[in-house]
Design a protein around this ligand. Structure first.
Ligand code: NDP
Ligand code: 2IT
Length: 448
């Protein structure tokens, strides 16, 4: 059996009931096959792949907190410190009831390659909890965040592990966590990114993932003889990534006609009103029904099982920005049938493997999340730099660095795909380019 197949079987056997982790590993290992086979003896002897798929450290902890009725609640806390070959562990914290160890491991594994692609010195990690911030008061969210950091603070630090936002973790949660970290340690250091601007946050970090997604998409289209201006864009999600993806797409002259949340979706043929969306989602923390109620041109659809939702709408470009496995084979068929020619992932692993293959086989330009959404973590690394030098850069400075990083990422994966005989396969290109740097650093640092 080939080394790649052996390691994949090992991952399934050693990590039962973690389908998302298996899926992420399979996608990466499949596209590394050609690279591994060229140097199989050495990689096998060093157990490089076994080390790559095994987190350096996994922290599982209890998070007790008191709700507004005086009742004690208990959640599960997670931090997976996956790989520190090229820098301190870096990656977000997801707060969502669906969070479990397998989800955090898939996200942490993806983060290794994503962070490598940014060209910046950051290793891979991810964390979170099955706590659901929806419907909780600010005080309850603060109580949870303080308890979460009371345990986690022992294992993180500006030069060891630097968490940030993800689903359910935004500026409010990062603020509460930062305050508690500072209180416990006495350190005013860049231990978290996505901080508020008044206490060490970076300009453009809020916008970075969505803007970066569009900078990369623009470059991918340009290199394939296409232009984003005048195109119809379908977006899923209506959180941090979706909102700023919509804003930048519109600035580049495209028309964004959809957004969604976990209970429904909106079709707005006149183009999403981003200011209204921000008011509904960022300020009121309300449902999309409120967007539709305030906007004549918008149709609201309740989410129903088995329906294609936003992917049924005719579009040129699709940007999934909500969550994993939200775009399946049926959705991919609907997109192709409607003439969609490009898909770039704002979320982590939103497209199933079958859907990805179908899109690629049908000539759709497809950029995976670990490249397309790397602008968020890249700008987090820029926030770390600013914290280290105790300076803040202007919005334009950060934004132009972000753009340069995204353009560079696209060319790195394009070049890697071409070099290994898979021109146009940006999934393979991203995995190979991300892997080679980490593998080189792991090899140089010996058996650790
Ligand atoms: P937010 O919490 O701001 O928004 C998440 C959005 O996705 C919301 O609209 C939410 O709807 C929807 N959503 C979440 N879970 C589900 C679900 N199970 N089913 C349907 N809809 C769902 O998160 P972000 O925008 O930050 O994150 C979105 C994606 O982007 C995630 O995959 C994340 O890992 C990825 N990402 C985020 C980065 C960042 O910097 N924030 C960087 C790189 C990737 P509702 O409000 O109803 O829950
Ligand atoms: O998935 C991701 O890259 C993020 N949630 C952002 C991580 C970060 O450290 O900014």
């Amino acid at each position: 059996m080939s080394y790649v197949d052996e390691v994949f079987d090992l991952v399934v056997a050693k990590n039962p009931a973690q389908p998302e982790f298996h899926q992420a590993v399979k996608e990466v290992l499949e596209s590394l096959r050609v690279v591994i086979e060229a140097n199989e003896e050495q990689y096998r002897k060093d157990a490089l792949l076994e080390r790559l798929v095994t987190p350096e450290r996994q922290l599982l902890f209890r998070v007790p907190w008191v709700d507004d009725k005086g009742q004690v609640q208990v959640n599960n806390g997670f931090r997976v410190q996956f790989n520190s070959a090229i820098g301190p562990y870096k990656g977000g914290l997801r707060l969502h009831p669906s969070v479990n160890l397998g989800i955090i491991k898939f996200l942490g594994f993806e983060q290794i390659f994503k962070n490598s692609l940014t060209g910046l010195p950051i290793g891979g990690g991810k964390g979170g909890s099955d706590f659901d911030p929806k419907g909780k008061s600010d005080r309850e969210v603060m109580a949870f965040c303080q308890s979460f950091i009371t345990e986690l603070h022992k294992y993180i630090g500006a030069d060891t592990d630097v968490p940030a936002g993800d689903i359910g973790t935004g500026a409010r949660e990062i603020g509460y966590m930062y305050g508690q970290y500072k209180r416990l340690t006495g350190l005013y250091e860049g231990v978290l990114t996505g901080k508020g601007l008044s206490y060490g946050g970076s300009l453009a970090r809020t916008e970075a993932t969505g803007y970066g997604l569009l900078y990369l998409t623009e470059e991918m289209l340009k290199c394939n003889g296409k232009d984003i201006a005048g195109k119809i864009v379908a977006i899923s999600g209506s959180g941090n990534v979706a909102i700023y993806a919509a804003q930048k797409a519109q600035q580049l002259g495209a028309k964004v006609v959809t957004v969604s949340d976990s209970t429904g979706w909106v079709y707005d043929p006149e183009g999403i009103d981003v200011d209204l969306l921000k008011e509904v989602k960022e300020v009121k923390r309300a449902r999309l029904t409120e967007y539709a109620a305030a906007r004549k041109s918008a149709e609201y659809h309740e989410k129903k099982n088995g329906e294609h939702g936003v992917w049924n709408i005719k579009c040129d470009i699709a940007l999934p920005c909500a969550t994993q496995n939200e775009l399946d084979l049926e959705d991919a068929k609907a997109l192709v049938a409607n003439g969609c020619f490009a898909v770039a992932e704002g979320a982590n692993m939103p497209t199933t493997m079958e859907a990805t293959e179908y899109l690629q086989k049908n000539g759709v330009l497809f950029c995976p999340g670990k490249a397309a959404n790397a602008g968020g973590v890249a700008t987090s690394a820029l926030e770390m730099s600013q914290n280290s030098e105790r300076l803040s850069w202007t919005f334009e400075e950060v934004d132009s660095k972000l753009k340069g990083i995204m353009v560079n990422i696209f060319h790195n994966l394009d070049d890697a795909a071409k070099k290994y005989g898979m021109a146009g396969n940006y999934v393979a290109g991203a995995n190979i380019a991300g892997f080679l740097k980490v593998a080189d650093a792991m090899t140089a640092q010996g058996i650790v």
